[in-house]
Design a protein around this ligand. Sequence first.
Ligand code: NAP
Length: 253
Amino acid sequence: MTVLVLGGTSEARAVAQLLHQRGESFVSSLAGRVADPRLPVGPVRVGGFGGVEGLRAFLRSKKITAVVDATHPFAEQITRHAFWAAQCEAVRYLRLERPGWSESAGAERWHWVEDHTAAARLAAHLGARPMLTIGRRHLDHFVEPLREHAVLARVVDRPETTIPPSWRVLASRGPYSVDGERAIMAEHGADVVVTKDSGGSYTRPKLDVADELGIAVVVVRRTPPPWTDSDAVAILADPTAVLEHLARPWAVE
Ligand code: NAP
């Protein structure tokens, strides 16, 4: 078995750790988006594959027998590519995806929207001092609707987008604590938080603090996956379950 772990998440690093401990053959893959990535143990390759065809060629050349797609729930393109490339090459595909926050308790002040454009419009209406935690790639959707607002935009690496004078950019990386989030939100005077439905515990504390403060939260929904129910894709919620699943026999149907 040689496993390709598509990463860029804490879950992917945990899968690499487990594969390494069990002496399995594997390689992790990162997109190369952030300047100083947290690296998993074991072999790592960095950079895009060159679309579905490039990924297919990689699967063939490295004799990959299973793809563990542990990418972020909002890394939709690589998930689409990985699923199709694995299908075409008759390689096993497993999705490791942390559950979203849709079942959260105390979420009566949460507003669910379909995309970043809707999130920007709604945030402009709901508050004067929004805190944006949607990453840097989609910040440009927020610039016009929130140009006159006092925005705190938290990102891992500084954005290329031209930032309005009333905005402040905070470059930092999770995991975040409840106390830390409380301090940041109090210091900014945040009256609305904008987030993606990333799920998991790393970025959850801002939502707990928002609930505590009684302020609104705008949540961008996940988009549907590229597969249908009939594809019978194994969707697993934690790294140990991935290892258990890989240990089971698999045959192309
Ligand atoms: P994306 O939009 O789904 O993918 C864009 C392109 O980046 C892909 O077509 C692929 O290029 C390349 N790529 C993405 N992930 C890759 C990986 N793990 N290994 C090799 N190539 C990869 O991805 P994204 O949203 O920019 O996310 C990039 C990475 O950051 C992902 O690995 C993801 O897990 C991590 N991340 C994303 C978010 C988020 O909010 N989107 C948050 C935290 C971490 P080619 O077509 O050339 O193969």
